[in-house]
Design a binder for this molecule. Sequence first.
Ligand SMILES: Cc1ncc(COP(=O)(O)O)c(C=O)c1O
Length: 440
Amino acid sequence: MSVSRPNNLDAYWMPFSDNRYFKAHPRMLARAEGMSYYTPEGKEVLDGTAGLWCCNAGHGRVEIKEAIQKQAAILDYAPTFQLGHPIAFEAAARIAEMTPEGMDRIFFTNSGSESADTALKIALAYHKARGESSRVRLIGRERGYHGVGFGGMSVGGIGGNRKQFGALLPYVDHLPHTHGLAANLFAKGQPAEGAHLADALEALVALHGAETIAAVMVEPVAGSTGVLVPPVGYLERLRELCTRHGILLIFDEVITGFGRLGTPFGAERLGVTPDIMTMAKGLTNAAVPMGAVAVQNAVYDAVVDGAAAGIELFHGYTYSGHPLAAAAAIATLDLHRAEDLPGRARAIEPYWQEAAHSLRSLPNVIDIRDCGLIAGIELAPRAGKPGARATEVFRRCFDDGVLIRVTGDIIALSPPLIVERPHVDRLFGVLGEAIRAEAA
Ligand SMILES: Cc1ncc(COP(=O)(O)O)c(C=O)c1O
């Protein structure tokens, strides 16, 4: 039986998918190498999205594969509750070398969603350990995406992801998103207007009292909601207000980490250091699921030193620090260093930016945004059919051998960081044709 050509599509309930459409019109990816996927029929599909923002070092990296194979033969699994295994400690130390200075304590999870919920729980535990138990309120941002756990979903601000699931977490509030200012249309890199939108945090402080607010969580560049780049000065302002009011600032770096913005994390690129940082995806190049949360040493010290003898944080996953994932992470971080993947992203960013903005005059293109190796191309929706135009563009691109991602009527692009100019040309060439073809 060939696993790449299933003939029964019934059993698998696909995530975030139109199962009925897919099962009637399956589009499969069977294999991957370098910058490309291959369908079961052997057709090449250029990867314009690094899988789901995660295969930053490109596909099929032998170094990562061999590290996983080797580790599987040494230690398949070992518990990390009250026991340890060496490679998890090594992976944590390696991540800590890459995180901003002073953020040297690493908690392992298995996904971005688990990282988001872990970060929120650490923030609550931090305040409690410091005797500020009244700080229970969590602040997110409209259009934020922090995965699908109840914490991340509640603090996240995407209506479509919340409406099926009841009351969600209490004591959650949201800042306004930073999108839609006319002056920022077709901005290259960080848009100029909108730093003042961070001041909405002052209004929430006035409304609820700083002593009730535990944390603010935002993506440095919001990805899943359609590439929203922070206005110049916005994150700085948020940082300042959080510090002033004793609120922890959490950056969800699940897509902005590991070179996506041309620096190890978005924090460096954007010049703002949070108190807590989530990560996943690019951490292992997605070869084995793994997430992590990095915290300022003072956050760790407060929780750990502030606890009575015994377990300090009642949180963790069976697979936290899984040996195979740890091996994949170390091999991935080796590649980042050996090949200077953030540097490669920086070097090609101007070419990428120009290519993205070259679509400006195409029919129905109403905005283009970019930061690092991310681009968002927003299309005017078809009357009464939101998302339909971009979905057709997605299908057309796939059939023409290019993988893009769409969210609503926004096309989001985030190629592996090994992308080269001919890939960029092909990606935007095929995408431009598809946008033209869906002009009606
Ligand atoms: C910023 C952000 N946070 C969290 C997540 C959730 O990650 P996962 O799907 O691994 O749970 C994502 C996924 O795209 C993300 O972009």
